[in-house]
Ligand binder design. Structure first.
Ligand code: TYM
Length: 337
């Protein structure tokens, strides 16, 4: 069925905290590249943000701030549909229908819920538990074929496929398109913390030194890279020799992803050199990527009215696509005729 449909790209990001290098390499910069290849919808997942404690007075301004960050990174509202999830009520409505399709056993396998709820499972919100079903609604509402995400979201997209197929099968319709997770290669799929090469770079890590934020100054980027955890060995010739050296592998992968080179090319230039030589090159490459985005963000973030206008236009366009699909889903389950 996927092959018959034109390619439609959809992805989202939670408007909690600012963008970090993991978001950029794992998702946003890949979204930017897809804009010329397919119809694209990108949204700020503000309903998902409610699954954990958020400050009500900050939520809407975070949505705007994240929209500005996406535009500064290259998302063009003239090409792509950019909107806030909560501005299209069909997401929440479809999520309810899909909660009645998804099985508890399926949700019990979701590793992100286990990680996020931690030891306090009984105290987690029900929304955190059913989070992946809302994510399925986000995707299926637009009959998206490709969902560009980092590796941490792969399980949620696979669950979405299962929900789509069960719904189509249960109600004997060909409505939902099982989507493909679209994950970047190499380090882009999973950028790791600068303090621990075995855990992913994340906005919830209490140490700010673990991540590069879009808003970091050039000096702060250089300092974080200088202090990044490494090992005492020089860089190897062969990529396979990076196995078992997670921090070295991460820095080489970041450099490759940022410059667009392969791991082999990077190693052929830096093999035999230590991190004293390599780290400044990584910092320079990061500054060259991030400084222009940061400067554009600084200009855009002040125009709240323009950002709201872009988001409203995006929500109107998204509703146009999603509303007929929701209507068909309601008819399929028998709520309407
Ligand atoms: P979120 O807001 O956590 O992250 C946004 C995107 O950034 C990717 N990402 C990373 N990629 C590589 N390395 C990292 N260290 C890293 N950290 C984050 C994420 O994989 C993601 O692509 N549940 C989603 C938001 C969402 C969504 C959707 C996505 C809601 N509905 C529908 C796709 C389709 C989330 O929390 O992403």
């Amino acid at each position: 069925m996927t092959n018959e449909k034109p390619m439609r790209v959809l992805s989202g990001i939670q408007p909690t905290g600012g963008l970090h290098l993991g978001n950029l390499l794992g998702a946003i910069l890949r979204w930017v590249r897809m804009q010329d290849e397919a119809e694209c919808l990108f949204f700020l997942a503000d309903l998902h943000a409610l699954t954990v404690d958020v400050e009500p007075s900050e939520l809407h301004s975070n949505v705007r701030e994240m929209a500005a960050a996406l535009i500064a990174s290259g998302i063009d509202p003239g090409k792509s549909t950019l909107f806030a999830q909560s501005a299209v009520p069909a997401h929440a409505e479809l999520a309810w229908l899909l909660q009645c399709t998804a099985r508890i056993g399926w949700l019990n396998r979701m590793t992100q819920f286990k990680e996020k709820s931690g030891k306090n499972r009984e105290g987690a919100s029900v929304g955190l538990y059913t989070y992946p079903v809302l994510q399925a609604a986000d995707i299926l509402l637009y009959q998206a074929t490709h969902v560009p995400v980092g590796e941490d979201q792969k399980q949620h997209v696979e669950l979405t496929r299962d929900i789509a197929m069960k719904f189509n099968n249960d109600f004997d319709v060909e409505l939902f398109v099982p989507p493909e997770p679209f994950i970047g290669g190499g380090t882009a799929a999973r950028v790791m913390s600068l303090r621990d090469g075995n855990s992913k770079m994340s906005k919830s890590d209490p140490s700010d030194m673990s991540r590069i934020n879009l808003t970091d100054s050039d000096d702060s980027i250089a300092q974080k890279i200088r202090k990044a955890k490494t090992d005492p060995e020089p860089l190897p010739v062969e990529p396979s020799a990076l196995e078992g050296r997670p921090e070295a592998r991460n820095l080489v992968g970041i450099y490759a992803a940022v410059t667009g080179e392969s791991i082999e090319q990077v190693l052929s230039r830096f093999a035999g050199q230590g991190f004293g030589a390599f780290k400044p090159a990584v910092a320079d490459a990061l500054v060259a990527l991030l400084a222009p985005i940061r400067d554009r963000l600084e200009e855009l973030r002040h125009d709240a009215a323009e950002l709201d206008r872009i988001l409203e236009a995006g929500a109107a366009r998204a509703s146009e696509i999603g509303t007929p699909v929701l209507a068909r889903a309601k008819a399929a389950v028998g709520l309407t005729r």
